[in-house]
Write a protein that binds this ligand. Structure first.
Ligand SMILES: [Zn+2]
Length: 218
């Protein structure tokens, strides 16, 4: 596993950045990265905060579910992380946070609109994934079918949090930031629109030239 320490260091840096940006406090959320040198990932264990990740406490888990010896409990999110790597060869990193603006939308059962030029281009759509029918947080049974669509790079978990995936840890990390930023912007837009009595048709219509040309040819 020649890239193990490099991947652990990248994960520690991404986790710190999430903590500093307040995308994830306490020991919730999780992030992981795929190793190039083995059919395995590096993932944060249960009970460790994003700001407390170290080379020593991160776990190595093989895609078949075998966990390398570790004194820590595996994360509750481990199964859905593993499954995302199994179903999508283009996914090399997963960042899952309970960031407050996005999770507010998720708890209201409202899909976060991709309303800026950047989110239309970079994300397109972030589906809202309902809670597990057994109760409790979403599992791979609810999450993986949504990510079977190779265009999906971000999703929001009802009453729970967000998922960003990417070909690199940095890309998945940026998505976690963009999801939260978009939820904040959407809240401000909708609050201002309500305060000023604006309706859908009063708002700017097309975020991108592609959208405008699609609407004209439709
Ligand atoms: Zn979670």
């Amino acid at each position: 596993m020649y890239d193990l320490n490099d991947k652990k260091d990248a994960l520690i840096a991404a986790a710190k950045r999430c903590f500093e940006l307040r995308l994830q406090t306490n020991a919730g959320g999780n992030l992981s990265v795929r190793l190039e040198s083995a059919d395995a990932i590096v993932i944060k264990p249960s009970g460790i905060g994003f700001n407390e990740c170290t080379r020593e406490n991160l776990q190595v888990v093989h895609l078949n579910g075998t966990i390398e010896p570790s004194p820590h409990k595996p994360s509750k999110d481990l199964d859905f992380h593993l499954d995302l790597y199994r179903i999508r060869a283009d996914i090399n990193a997963v960042v899952h946070c309970h960031s407050p603006w996005a999770t507010g939308y998720a708890s209201a059962g409202i899909e976060i609109p991709c309303l800026t030029v950047q989110t239309i281009e970079k994300i397109g759509r972030m589906p809202l994934i309902p809670l597990s029918p057994q109760g409790g947080p979403q599992t791979e049974k609810e999450i993986s079918p949504v990510f079977q669509d190779p265009k999906i790079v971000a999703a929001v978990l009802a009453n729970h949090g967000t998922i960003g995936v990417g070909s690199t840890l940095m890309k998945a990390q940026y998505l976690a930031e963009i999801i939260e930023e978009t939820a904040h912007i959407a809240y401000v837009r909708d609050t201002l629109a309500a305060a000023h009595g604006l309706r859908e048709h009063d708002l700017p219509r097309y975020g991108t030239a592609k959208e405008a040309s699609q609407a004209q040819t439709a």
